[in-house]
Design a protein around this ligand. Structure first.
Ligand code: PLP
Length: 374
């Protein structure tokens, strides 16, 4: 067989203002280009311990079981469901966009009995509906919801939702993929039991890692399982042999060493900035983008009170060709924005201001590019 005549891939230089991945700072890319070491090398193990400590800061938690899963956010989601939901468990699952729908799919696949609380796309999860669902199903074992719905740009009240679940003795699984580092997320104070996130949204690392954190309550539920965890790769009991205590690491899988250098660096950058400053920067930049959009006559999908600063969803103006505008932004301005998903497909654009991409420079660039194209 002839060798294919293909040379190195040189990616175009884009500005990433979609729903993720976000722009990755050069510091993170440089960290990832450092020499690969063995995944059980003492130097690497030391870096893993630092990564866990930095993640605890990002999640605002003391949870010992805090680590990055070696796979994207979707794998962090699966890890929560396969470990914490057993066949026959009732799970109240909130659906107000694409990612709530994925949680529902996970509940079904692990044999859970879903009780679905639905809200409109663009609305937050209705706390009163969740309260009513628990009143009707006081035996529910888990509440699952998305903190920051990236498909719509809506923020739900994670603290209020978790309080209801705990009143009924249920665990809380929260999708915080887009919220981590972009809006306040207080895992301990709000008593969230199992939380998963992603490396490529407001942390501005490359895609492919899913930071997760589990409370003591979640670990107690895991230990009390009557059946083994169905997934070998995601079984927390086994993963812990590798990510658990630094002294006695055993081989589970080969960690993505260089990607973890990148995550470590992105978390160091977050610690340098300070998490409160990161939240404030995302909030301030949203206001600047919002003012620019409103001056152009664009209308937001989500009410101001529930709006995510890091994911701005606006209606496409009448008579404007959705795909043509996005193609011109990409081809002429190297600017990536997000299309609508599900119920909002073809109706909205999603502008991410996540992590490193949440900057005045990007906002100016985006507003001027959009004005020229429209
Ligand atoms: C991006 C995203 C995911 C999935 O993360 P992947 O890294 O793409 O697997 C899950 N939930 C939400 C809210 C997201 O924004």
């Amino acid at each position: 067989m002839q060798a294919p005549d293909i040379t190195s891939f040189i990616p175009p230089l884009r500005t990433l203002m979609g729903p993720g991945p976000s722009d990755v700072p050069q510091r993170v890319l440089d960290a990832m280009a450092r020499p690969t070491v063995g995944h059980l090398d003492p130097a690497f193990v030391g870096m893993m311990e630092e990564t866990k400590e930095l993640l605890r800061y990002a999640f605002q938690t003391e949870n010992a079981l805090t680590m990055p899963v070696s796979a994207p956010g979707s794998a962090g989601m699966e890890m929560c469901f396969v470990n914490l939901v057993e066949a026959g468990d009732k799970v109240i699952v909130c659906k107000n966009g694409v990612f709530g729908g994925r949680m529902l799919e996970n509940v079904k696949r692990v044999g859970g009995v879903p009780i679905v609380v639905e809200d409109a796309w663009g609305a937050p999860v209705d706390v009163a509906k969740v309260e009513a669902a628990f009143a009707a199903n006081p035996d529910a074992k888990v509440l699952a919801f998305v903190h920051a719905e990236t498909s719509t740009g809506a923020r739900s009240d994670a603290q209020a939702l978790a309080a209801i679940a705990h009143k009924y003795g249920a665990l809380v699984i929260a999708d915080c993929v887009t919220s981590l580092a972009g809006i306040p997320l207080m895992v301990d104070e709000w008593e969230l039991d199992a939380v998963y996130s992603g490396s490529q949204k407001c942390l501005s690392c490359t895609p492919g890692l899913s930071p997760v954190t589990f409370s003591e309550r979640a670990i107690a539920k895991l230990k009390a399982r009557k059946t083994p965890v169905q997934s070998w790769f995601l079984d927390l009991n086994l993963v812990l042999g590798y990510w658990g205590s630094a002294g006695k690491r055993t081989y589970h899988h080969t960690a993505p060493v260089n990607t973890l250098y990148g995550l470590h660096e992105s978390l160091v950058i977050l610690a340098e900035e300070g998490i409160e400053h990161s939240w404030a920067r995302h909030a301030d930049n949203h206001v600047m983008l919002r003012d620019g959009f409103e001056a152009m006559g664009l209308k937001f999908v989500v009410e101001e009170n529930y709006r995510l600063p890091q994911l701005n969803t606006v209606y496409i103006p009448d008579g404007v060709d959705d795909a043509a505008v996005r193609a011109r932004l990409l081809n002429e301005f190297n600017l990536e924005i997000g299309a609508g998903l599900g119920d909002l497909a073809g109706k909205v654009w999603r502008f991410g201001l996540m992590g490193h991409a949440s900057s005045v420079k990007n906002i100016d660039y985006c507003l001027s590019a959009l004005k020229q194209v429209l």
